[in-house]
Design a protein around this ligand. Structure first.
Ligand code: NDP
Ligand code: 2IT
Length: 444
């Protein structure tokens, strides 16, 4: 059995009940075949792949908190510190009832390669909890965040591990967590990114993930002779990534006609009104059902339906495995020519295969959504030098990072004669830097 097949088999056996982690490991290792086969004896001797798929450390803890009625609740907190070969662990905190160790491990594993692709010195990590911020009062969210940080603060720091936002963790949660870290550790330092502008945050971090998706998408299309202006785009999700992807797509002259949340979806033939979306989601924390009140021409429907709409470009920005084989078939039949993953692993493995087989341009999440963590690293730099850069400065650095990232993954795919296979290109380019650092640092 080949080294890669052995490691995939062992990973599945040793980590049962973690299907999302298996999916991420399989996708990455399968596409590393040409690189690993060229170095098989050395990688086997040094257990490179076993070290890559086993987190350096995983922390699981109890998070007790008290609700507004005085009742106590207990959630589970996680932080998986996956790989620090190229820098301090870096990655978001997900707060969603579906969170479990396997989900955090898949996200942490992806983060290793994504962070490597940014070209910045950040290792891979991820954390979160099965706490659901939806429907909780501000006081309840504060109580949870303080309890969560009371334990997490023992393991993180500006030079060791720097968490940030993800699903369910936005500016409010980061603020409460930062306050508690500072109180307990007595350190005002860049221990979290996505902070408010009044206490060490970076301009453009809020916009960065969504804007970054459009910058890399625009570069890929440009290199294929396609102008993004005038194109129709369907987006799923209506959170941080979706909102700013829609905003930038609209600025670039495309028309985004859909968005969604976990209860339903909107079709707006005139183009999504991003200011209305910000009021509904960022300000009022309401459901998408409210959208037609702002735009009477738009249709709201319960359930799932974004991928049934005819489009040129699809940008899934909600969650993992939200774009299935059936959705991919519908998109292809309707003439889609590009898919860019705003979310982490939103496309199922069989849907990804189908999209690639049909020669649709496909940007995987670890490349397409890397602008968020890249800008987090820029926030770390600003915190270290105790300076604030302007919006234009951060935004132009972000744009350059995404353009360079595209060319790196394009070049890596071409070296192995897999032109336009950006899944392989991203995995190979991300892996090469990490493995070089791991080998240089010995078996640790
Ligand atoms: P938010 O919490 O801001 O928004 C998430 C959106 O996705 C909401 O519209 C939410 O709907 C929807 N959603 C979440 N879970 C589900 C589900 N199980 N089924 C259907 N819809 C769902 O999160 P972000 O926008 O920050 O994150 C979106 C994706 O992007 C995630 O995969 C995240 O890991 C990834 N990402 C985020 C980055 C960031 O900087 N924030 C950076 C890189 C990647 P509802 O409100 O109804 O739950
Ligand atoms: O998935 C991701 O890259 C994020 N949630 C952002 C991580 C970060 O540290 O900014």
């Amino acid at each position: 059995m080949s080294y890669i097949d052995e490691v995939i088999k062992k990973t599945i056996e040793e980590n049962p009940s973690e299907p999302e982690f298996h999916q991420a490991v399989k996708e990455v290792l399968e596409s590393l075949r040409p690189v690993v086969e060229a170095n098989e004896a050395q990688f086997r001797r040094d257990a490179v792949l076993e070290r890559l798929v086993n987190p350096e450390r995983q922390i699981k803890f109890r998070v007790p908190w008290i609700d507004d009625e005085g009742n106590a609740h207990v959630n589970t907190g996680y932080r998986v510190q996956f790989n620090s070969a190229i820098g301090p662990y870096k990655g978001g905190l997900r707060l969603h009832p579906s969170v479990n160790l396997g989900i955090i491990k898949f996200l942490g594993f992806e983060q290793i390669f994504k962070n490597s692709l940014t070209g910045l010195p950040i290792g891979g990590g991820k954390g979160g909890s099965d706490f659901d911020p939806k429907g909780k009062s501000d006081r309840e969210v504060m109580a949870f965040c303080q309890s969560f940080m009371s334990e997490l603060c023992k393991y993180i720091g500006a030079d060791t591990d720097v968490p940030a936002g993800d699903i369910g963790t936005g500016a409010r949660e980061i603020g409460y967590m930062f306050g508690q870290y500072k109180k307990l550790r007595g350190l005002f330092e860049g221990v979290l990114t996505g902070k408010g502008l009044s206490y060490g945050g970076s301009l453009a971090r809020t916009e960065a993930t969504g804007y970054g998706v459009l910058y890399i998408l625009q570069e890929m299309l440009k290199c294929h002779g396609i102008d993004i202006a005038g194109k129709t785009i369907t987006v799923s999700g209506s959170g941080n990534v979706a909102i700013y992807a829609i905003e930038k797509a609209t600025q670039l002259g495309a028309k985004v006609v859909t968005c969604s949340d976990s209860t339903g979806w909107v079709y707006d033939p005139d183009g999504i009104d991003v200011e209305a979306l910000k009021i509904i989601k960022e300000k009022n924390r309401q459901r998408l059902k409210e959208y037609p009140k702002f735009r009477p021409n738009a249709q709201y429907s319960d359930g799932k339906g974004v991928w049934t709409v005819k489009t040129d470009i699809a940008i899934p920005c909600a969650t993992q495995n939200e774009l299935t084989l059936e959705d991919a078939k519908t998109l292809v039949a309707n003439g889609v020519f590009a898919v860019a993953e705003g979310a982490n692993m939103p496309t199922t493995a069989d849907a990804t295969d189908y999209i690639l087989e049909n020669k649709i341009l496909f940007l995987p999440g670890k490349a397409a959504n890397a602008g968020g963590v890249a800008t987090s690293a820029l926030e770390m730099s600003q915190d270290s030098e105790r300076l604030n850069w302007t919006f234009e400065e951060v935004d132009s650095k972000l744009k350059n990072i995404m353009i360079n990232l595209y060319h790196n993954i394009d070049d890596a795919a071409k070296v192995y004669h897999m032109d336009d296979n950006f899944v392989a290109g991203a995995n190979i380019a991300g892996f090469e830097k990490v493995v070089d650092a791991m080998e240089a640092q010995g078996i640790v």
